[in-house]
Ligand binder design. Structure first.
Ligand code: NAD
Length: 486
């Protein structure tokens, strides 16, 4: 993309445009601050036209399941062919280290393929209404129907991955979709939508608008023509969406302050390695990254030393370097806020074991021990490369601490005992419990989502497609008993 030149970001029909909006969206690199592109924010009239296009297409042209699958499979192939361009774009606009950016693109290749498969697997079920007295002559079944026009709104931290769980899933379900990517990272999203067009998706099935949440996002929430809102982002915005869109379906993937339990019988080396990676991957700007690590008191000091050793070995630097483990945070404000939370925890009695120093947008990955339960690093979502170690005496106490939060997305537990693992799985209040791996384990076929303030609904291809599908019941009132028709 030429530096600072207006970049086409608004897609209605077959036409990419840079929009007429007064407001400019400047896309800058978190590493080095280079201006990557300037987009014009979509005007209210353009947003309205985008929704109209998706509504009209939905009413006029339903793609057959085979056609959906063919296009999504082709898109998967094209993403694979363009993988390095996608990865470089993620590095530039999100500051994600290149190895992680490549992994994100590889996931998208698979997610699109899974969407292609799911498109041809949509099935209903037979409903045994004839078991009800008076209905002996009736038969019933359900058919899957696309829910309508989907509004997809994504956050900055997975510019390709988040879109891949919203747009191709909507297409697989037979919906049309209006997408608004995060204003900080719109460039990879533009590439992804272009790739879907190149794969043969007819105009109008996906349309794209650009802009800030409080303007363009808000207009989308207030548009009554959407049937489903698929949103990934902060809990505050998720709650606002829920209040605004009323009875319409919402799929909300929100924040977390993930708990990970390291029990006394755990493989401590494995736990330290997994958790060091989990707390620092993409500078901790991952909704399921390890934040609260609950460690049995008998192994606490030993584990703290092992974890610190792993964390100190992480290479912090230029995200385009192959060797980099941890890049910059998304903004200076985000890095400053994380630095403040570390200082607050230390002032409140926590011991800083390693890291925590800020250099511009970089925060050295940090481990703290024995924080006050009141500190922000315990109670709130850090979204930074920081974890706190909290000692516990019994499994019951660990489960109580883990659940003592408004969030409930995923949790991890390290233990050699099946009994302990299953007890935790039953009693942790979260959408997913990961055993002998960190809370940040995720593959794209698994059901993924939270409870409490972490959201509602599930992503993971099959589950997202279900959320965008209505199950319609069909009841046949047969005019003569089935066996009399013989
Ligand atoms: P954010 O909530 O600030 O923004 C997300 C999106 O919402 C952006 O596109 C933004 O423009 C839009 N938005 C903001 N205000 C809006 C409004 N009034 N109406 C409509 N749209 C609006 O989140 P972020 O800072 O981009 O991302 C970080 C957050 O995302 C963290 O809380 C993280 O936990 C969460 N997240 C969750 C998951 C998950 O799967 N649960 C995955 C990734 C990120």
């Amino acid at each position: 993309m030429p530096n600072g030149q207006p970049t086409p970001g608004l897609l209605i029909s077959e036409r990419w445009a840079s929009g007429d909006g007064e407001h400019l969206l400047k896309v800058s690199a978190p590493f080095g601050g280079q201006l990557l592109a300037t987009l014009r924010e979509s005007t209210p009239a353009e947003v309205d036209a985008a929704v109209t296009q998706a509504v009209t297409t939905f009413a006029a042209q339903e793609l057959s399941p085979f056609e959906r699958a063919r296009i999504l499979r082709r898109a998967s192939e094209l993403i694979a062919e363009r993988a390095e361009d996608f990865a470089r774009s993620i590095v530039a606009e999100a500051g994600k280290p290149i190895r992680d950016a490549r992994a994100e693109v590889a996931r998208a290749v698979l997610t699109f393929e899974l969407c292609a498969q799911e498109a041809t697997r949509q099935a209903g079920e037979v409903v045994p209404v004839d078991g009800t007295p008076g209905s002996e002559n009736r038969r019933a079944f359900t058919i899957p129907r696309p829910a309508g026009v989907v509004c997809a709104i994504t956050p900055f931290n997975g510019p390709v991955n988040q879109l891949s769980h919203k747009v191709p899933t909507a297409i697989a379900a037979g919906c049309t979709v209006v997408v608004k990517p995060a204003e900080l990272t719109p460039l990879s999203a533009i590439m992804l939508v272009q790739t879907m067009l190149d794969a043969g998706l007819p105009p109008g099935h996906v349309v794209m608008v650009q802009g800030r949440g409080e303007t363009v996002g808000q207009q989308l929430l207030e548009d009554p023509r959407f049937a489903v809102y698929s949103f990934t982002g902060s809990t505050a915005v998720g709650a606002h969406i829920r209040r605004t869109v009323g009875l319409r379906k919402t799929l909300l993937e929100l924040g977390n302050n993930s708990a990970n339990i390291v029990h006394m019988d755990a493989d401590l080396g494995l736990a330290a390695k997994s958790l060091a990676r989990s707390l620092s991957v993409y500078a901790g700007q991952v909704c399921i990254s390890a934040q609260r690590i609950l460690v049995h008191e008998r192994v606490f000091d030993h584990f703290a030393a092992l974890l610190a050793e792993q964390v100190r070995a992480l290479i912090v630097g230029d995200p385009s370097e192959e060797s980099t483990d941890v890049g910059p945070m998304i903004s200076l404000e985000a890095a400053k806020r994380a630095e403040e939370w570390v200082a607050e925890a230390v002032a409140d009695g926590a011991e800083l074991v390693c890291g925590g120093q800020r250099d511009g947008q970089f925060l050295a990955p940090a481990v703290l021990t024995r924080p006050s339960p009141r500190s922000s690093l315990v109670c709130r979502e850090a979204f930074a490369p920081v974890a706190v170690l909290i000692p516990y005496a019994t499994l019951g106490e660990a489960l109580h601490i883990a659940n003592d939060t408004e969030y409930g997305l995923q949790a991890g537990i390290f233990t050699a005992s099946l009994d302990v693992a299953l007890a935790a799985a039953q009693r942790l209040d979260v959408g997913g419990v990961i055993v002998n791996d960190a809370s940040s384990y995720r593959v794209d076929s698994m059901p993924y989502g939270g409870i409490k303030q972490s959201g509602t609904g599930r992503e993971g291809v099959r589950y997202a497609v279900e959320e965008m599908t209505d199950s319609r019941l069909v009841v046949l009132n047969l005019q003569q008993p089935v066996d009399e028709g013989l």
